[in-house]
Design a protein around this ligand. Structure first.
Ligand SMILES: Cc1ncc(COP(=O)(O)O)c(C=O)c1O
Length: 389
């Protein structure tokens, strides 16, 4: 009997989905579970975007688009990058993709050869190392340490460079830590990339979900546009996870290489979803002001209850949809703690080790459920933790 590919055998089933399945079994038995394990905003997509997609559908915009994506959307994204991100961009430096996940895959498959190494700041989004393995390359974790507030140490980065290092993946605001990379860290990354001749994939898909701080795009730093592959998406910022629309912006020669991967894997993102996304980049922040305010309130609810749960420490989140507390003082593994919280509090959270080895001893709380449920869930969480002390 043939077995699965050796590459896929190295890839475990998503830990977040394991807890989700356990929660569903409890729900089937009639138990109320509050879901804080899945990283997707629960808001509806803004009406302006839905209307534009409906019109495109009614107008018969239902066929393949260019492999690069729809020109009008590429134009407005180039305008947004130039205007908002200080990265002067032409429309042919942009390719539309089915979400950020596919954008990351296209960049890895298009740019990294078999056996080459990809540095990944970690804790990190679980798909990064898995996609690197699928492409036959080697993921190398660079730890972001809790005791340093998840700030990057340049020594940790430099120690891991070899002559096979091709790319570094960064993510700001970060899933799962909720922290952001400020100018000082981005400058260190830029100098490191230039000195070692490395490409940087900057995943900025939580760009708009940021509380009081400024999002800085790595590509806006001097000399970085030519070596940065910026990935972004409508999924989180505009609550459009099901639409599957994201983009890459990079040098023209990089885009014309990456488009061949898209051509052969998926042809193009869904036509009317692309058309619907245009207002996201022309009207932007105005469409999501209320959602961001609500998320900020929810973040404060989570930290309020964590402050009252003994033995739980966390780094103050500055963006994204998550808080990533350490449960190390409670003396349990992440997976055991998640099982305990599910049973005892009726709350599903994600085990930290899904986000890399550095995540063991942590859990990810996603404030992606309705605000009143969140309040109830966090109160139950606090009570359950305090029973352990
Ligand atoms: C850091 C990060 N990048 C990419 C993605 C994928 O987003 P998309 O829905 O745009 O594929 C996620 C989703 O959770 C994420 O957290």
């Amino acid at each position: 009997m043939k077995i699965p590919s050796k590459r896929m055998e190295q890839i475990p089933f998503s830990g977040i989905r394991v807890i989700f399945e356990k929660a569903r079994k409890l729900e089937a038995k009639g138990r109320k579970i509050i879901h804080m394990e899945i990283g997707r905003p629960d808001f509806n997509t803004p009406e302006g975007i839905r209307k534009k997609a409906r019109e495109a559908l009614e107008d018969g915009f239902v066929h393949y688009t260019s492999n690069f994506g729809m020109d009008e959307l590429r134009e407005v994204i180039a305008g947004k990058l130039t205007r908002e991100n200080n990265v002067p961009t032409e429309y042919d430096e942009v390719i539309i993709t089915p979400g950020a996940s596919m954008a990351i895959a296209l960049a890895i498959f298009g740019l990294v050869d078999i056996g080459e190494e990809v540095l990944i700041l970690s804790p990190r989004y679980p798909a990064y190392p898995k996609q690197v393995i699928m492409a036959g390359a080697v993921p190398v974790s660079v730890p972001l340490k809790f005791e340093d507030d998840f700030k990057l140490s340049i020594d940790d980065l430099e120690k891991r460079v070899t002559d096979k290092t091709k790319m570094l993946i960064i993510n700001t605001p970060n899933n799962p830590t909720g922290t952001i990379l400020g100018m000082e860290e981005l400058e260190k990354i830029a100098n490191f990339a230039k000195e070692n001749d490395i490409l940087v994939l900057a995943d900025e898909c939580y760009e708009k979900i940021i509380y009081g701080k400024e999002h800085i795009s790595l590509a806006s730093l001097p000399g970085m546009k030519e070596r940065t592959i910026t990935v972004n998406s409508t999924s989180k910022s505009f609550s459009m996870t099901g639409w599957r629309v994201g983009f890459i912006s990079a040098r023209k020669d990089i885009i014309s290489n990456i488009v061949k991967v898209q051509q052969n894997l998926t042809i193009c993102p869904t036509s009317f979803a692309q058309a619907g996304s245009i207002p996201a980049y022309t009207e932007g922040d105005g469409l999501i002001k209320d959602m961001i305010e609500e998320l900020k309130k929810r973040k404060e609810i989570v930290t309020y209850y964590l402050d009252r749960a003994s033995g739980v420490d966390y780094v103050k989140p500055e963006g994204a949809l998550y808080v990533f507390p350490s449960i190390k003082k409670l003396g349990m593994t992440s997976a055991d703690f998640c099982d305990y919280i599910l049973e005892e509090a009726g709350v599903a959270v994600a085990a930290g080790n899904d986000f890399g080895d550095q995540g063991e001893g942590f859990v990810r709380i996603a404030y992606t459920c309705a605000t009143d449920e969140l309040e109830e869930g966090m109160n139950n969480f606090k009570e359950a933790v305090n029973k352990l002390n």
